[in-house]
Write a protein that binds this ligand. Sequence first.
Ligand code: PAZ
Length: 299
Amino acid sequence: MDASNGSQDTEQTLDSQVKAFFDSAPPLQNRNDITQKLNHFIQLNSLSSENGIGKRIVCVTSGGTTAPLEQRCVRYVDNFSSGHRGATSTEYFLKAGYAVIFLYRRGSFQPFCRSLPDDPLLECFEATEGLNIQGLWFLLHPLLMLQIISKPMKDIGPRAMFYLAAAVSDFYVPWKDMVEHKIQSGSHILDVKLVPVPKMLSVLRKDWAPLAFCISFKLETDSNILLNKARGALEKYNMHAVVANELSTRKEQVVVVTIDDKITVQRDKSKADDDVENPLIKLLSQRHSAYIEDSKRMR
Ligand code: PAZ
């Protein structure tokens, strides 16, 4: 029986891997509150528009995720992401007329206070008419929140966009395999088994919000493999575009990879305060509008 466990694991379907991942996450205490808040926000912004069509709504994920090593977590595997991309993009999405659901790692950069440390500004906002940003934070991993957000987003069809700029960990330690207490130091080698996080982008596209316009990101440190990896992700997860960026130049330049284009987008260096997200969001907003028009024609 033991010997077959490994092969059974590899044969798990994506659905059961997703279920196992969610089952192994600590339960979300305030799920109902979050759902209510989101429904209210999406409803408000679906009604408010000049042309009676309803605003476009984008969910921006932002910041890095952590993978805890102990149940009573003292240590975890982290990544470098500061949330600058997500926070800056949110400002430009708002400028472009979108309503934004900003899903961020607590403590990472937030819009309109990028230069301030530890700034819980978004937590002060309550949804009222005219409010076009809803902040939600995640503790460890944004995927459970993403699933919750995608439910009301599904209802607005192609007007929804997912802009997945968070650096999501590719590996985690399932809850059942985690030691309860702090791992003790010593001279032994620390042997921790991290298993792959299921690829939820396909589930988002296929099941959670199939009509939404979906943009994911690909980060590499080796520029020689970046564009091929981005193209691979575009095809594998059926994204509408993948934004390719290299670690050292990510604030200066990105490449937007679509099925028939590779568009280099750069910050305007003649302006000290310009951001690469300025032309990037303009381009994605245009592409999203064209997508909405195409979807209308196809109905
Ligand atoms: O958060 P930040 O501004 O420091 O960095 C942004 C980024 C590099 C994390 C983002 O642009 C990105 O590429 N996210 C996806 C990373 C990945 O999983 O490949």
